[in-house]
Design a protein around this ligand. Structure first.
Ligand SMILES: C[S@@+](CC[C@H](N)C(=O)[O-])C[C@H]1O[C@@H](n2cnc3c(N)ncnc32)[C@H](O)[C@@H]1O
Length: 239
């Protein structure tokens, strides 16, 4: 069983389909909008373009991509996440459990999105190379990850994250979203991702760290410190 299989309940739980589950409201309402805005800006025509949602989880971002008009493939290492996504998404969205090796030979993508995935991958250079092999010329990679200062604040407050190598400048440690399930986390700053992707022939086109808004906190009060943004969002284009 994959560690993420145990998490499918949190990410997949979706009463009535329209309501945003509390556990993912921050992702959906704070991180998704700038990612979608960047996609809209870069794809005046989305209909018929190919998008890969790498680490699609229960399929929330895949659904947005599908609604924008992309042909969407969702990929995830967790079979439980994929089965939650299958319940949530229309049949036209293709879903694959496993690695990029399972993607049919010859399929390439105009857009690869990875929402809150890369910080859970230790050998990120290998994953980025695998993604690059699937990218069409001038394709766009857009992703969100934990903003390191946000994690530092939670470590100081003794919440959610544990056993990090440093409290002020954390890079490696564990996340315990569900009691007893500890997921390794690898925090990287924007410069580190830029360095890796520049070597693969990409140019940075976007960086944002959207703050918690008063409106969001009024509707979804959270117990953790919110002075630093939770998400770091980066966009790159293959040159
Ligand atoms: C925090 S969830 C995010 C899910 C979804 N992208 C979203 O934003 O709602 C992280 C997801 O990444 C997946 N994941 C972790 N490592 C992966 C890898 N090496 N390849 C593909 N998926 C991976 C997990 O199974 C999990 O579903």
């Amino acid at each position: 069983m994959n560690l993420w299989d145990k998490m499918a309940g949190i990410f997949g739980e979706d009463k009535g389909r329209e309501e945003i589950p509390k556990g993912i409201a921050d992702n959906v309402l704070i991180a998704f909008p700038p990612m979608i805005e960047l996609i809209r800006k870069n794809f005046p025509i989305m209909k018929g373009r190919w998008a890969l949602d790498f680490g699609c989880g229960s399929g929330r971002f895949s659904k947005k991509l599908h609604e924008l008009g992309f042909w969407v493939t969702g990929l995830d290492i967790s079979s439980e996440m994929i089965s939650a996504a299958r319940h949530y998404l229309p049949q036209e969205v293709k879903l694959i459990t496993g690695s990029t090796d399972q993607i049919p030979e010859g399929r390439t993508f105009d857009l690869v999105a990875a929402s809150m995935v890369f910080q859970f991958i230790r050998e990120i250079d290998i994953s980025l190379r695998a993604i690059d092999r699937l990218m069409k010329p001038t394709g766009i990679l857009i992703f969100s990850v934990f903003n390191p200062p946000f994690v530092a604040n939670l470590l100081k407050a003794g919440m959610l994250f544990k056993n990090f190598n440093s409290v002020n400048f954390p890079t490696r440690g564990l996340m315990e979203l569900v009691k007893g399930t500890r997921i390794p986390v690898y925090l990287r700053r924007a410069e580190e991702y830029s360095g890796l992707l520049t070597c693969l022939g990409y140019e940075k086109i976007f960086e944002a760290a959207p703050p918690f808004t008063e409106e969001f906190l009024a509707k979804y009060p959270v117990p953790f410190p919110t002075r630093d943004p939770e998400f770091l969002i980066l966009g790159f284009q293959k040159k």
